[in-house]
Design a protein around this ligand. Structure first.
Ligand code: PLP
Length: 403
């Protein structure tokens, strides 16, 4: 099945340095199937027009397509209402929108925001900016050696000053799938709202925001086979209503005068300016692509590749895995002896294998393990066990060269 699926990805049909490309950098971004490329192409060829404000035919069609995409996303994550789906540029912008809103309305001096040690910089820096602005504080949940959240520490961090928890669903470095349902329950037991950074979770789990009962869920299209520059903020209506607009401009207003501006209803209050209509349509096509394969099949495939990779890589004595949580997504971070991750990545590249190296935008996590970076292989639906065999062979060769 995978070989057939791979044929749907034009970018994967190329050689690099005379070797067939093996793309294992899927936690950074996934490749795009032809159905997504066609949907975006078709939008610009046949529908391109500005949305919501035109009376002409193209504008009506573009608006319908854009709002249809919103409804597909609503269904995909089982959000109660389409107006709780805000289009953004991606996870980073979604988190900034919420953090900024909290800084401007809710957070006060000495208040507290809880994040975890394994956060991506996108779920640290916006909160740092927010707390600095208000004289509030960040509280950090520790993790254990295998890369799991310390739940006791989490429970103990709450106080009457806690105003929000912001935690990742799945670590982009460790692959840990956090027990977010439990974490959400605990936050709610303290009457504290919780934001989930779903940049990796949206691909690695079946997200149902009503079942989770999270207050905010953020993700980027490009990590699930959609174009870059489009993402989603899901927020419960009661919180989205409470938060002020993130940016001012067209689309987000009801009436403007020099004396007073009133704001548009949800979700448009948060969508200032011309939106990425083509991106939203591409995201809808990516969701259709995933649903056609089936969510369960996608997850089973990821799990099979993860198990296979972890087992095969153990053939190499010099490999040290970073992150061995019991619940893991298809992300394998490791070190090869004392070799610098960048050297390993560069040698693998000459063999046609694309992996990620470095701190993966998670420097506090690197500090936790007292390392400067890792090599990371992450898998998607078009990857195969044969590719993992090639990765392991290439790692053996790299190890011989570097030691
Ligand atoms: N959060 C996590 C866990 C991520 O892995 C990433 C990207 O790698 C982000 C946030 C930021 O996503 P984006 O750059 O698409 O906004």
């Amino acid at each position: 099945m995978t070989e057939k699926i791979k044929e749907e990805f034009p970018v994967l049909q190329q050689d690099v340095y005379g070797k067939p490309l093996i793309y294992l950098d899927n936690a950074a971004t996934t490749q795009k199937p032809i159905s997504v490329l066609n949907a975006v192409d078709n939008y610009y060829r046949c529908l391109n027009s500005n949305v919501h404000r035109g009376v002409h035919r193209l504008s009506i069609l573009a608006t319908e397509a854009y709002e249809h995409a919103r409804m597909s996303i609503q269904q995909f994550i089982n959000a109660p209402n389409a107006h709780e789906i805000v289009f953004t540029r991606g996870t980073t912008e979604s988190i900034n929108l919420v953090a900024n809103g909290f800084a401007n309305t809710i957070l006060k001096q000495n208040d507290e925001v809880i994040v975890s040690t394994m956060e991506h910089h996108s779920n640290i820096v916006p909160w740092q900016l927010a707390v600095e602005k208000c004289g509030a504080k960040l509280k950090v949940i520790s993790i254990n050696e295998i890369g799991e959240i310390d739940m006791e520490c989490y429970q103990n961090l709450f106080s009457e000053k806690t105003k929000i928890v912001a935690v990742t669903h799945v670590s982009n470095v460790l692959g840990t799938i956090n027990p977010i349902k439990k974490m959400i329950e605990i936050a709610h037991a303290h009457q504290v709202p919780i934001l989930i950074d779903g940049a990796q979770g949206i691909k690695s789990t079946k997200v149902d925001v009503q079942d989770l009962d999270c207050d905010f869920y953020c993700f980027s299209g490009h990590k699930i086979y959609a174009p870059m520059g489009i993402g989603v903020l899901y927020g419960k209506e009661k919180y989205l209503e409470q938060l002020p607009p993130y940016q001012g401009g067209g689309e987000m207003i009801q009436n403007v005068s020099f004396e007073k501006t009133t704001f548009n209803s949800l979700p448009f209050k948060f969508e200032a300016g011309t939106p990425n209509v083509g991106g939203a349509i591409g995201l809808e096509a990516a969701i259709d692509f995933m649903l056609k394969i089936g969510r369960e099949n996608l997850l089973t495939h990821d799990k099979a590749l993860l198990d296979y990779a972890q087992t095969k890589m153990q053939e190499i004595d010099e490999i040290r895995f970073i992150g061995q949580a019991r619940e893991k997504a298809a992300v394998v971070s490791f070190l090869l002896g004392t070799a610098h991750p960048a050297d390993v990545g560069t040698l693998l590249d000459t063999m046609g294998i694309a992996v990620r190296t470095g701190h993966h935008c998670a420097e506090p996590l690197m500090n936790r393990y007292q390392i400067s970076g890792t090599v990371r292989a992450s898998f998607a639906i078009y990857n195969t066990k044969t590719e993992i065999d090639k990765l392991v062979e290439a790692l053996k060769k790299t190890n011989r060269i570097l030691s």
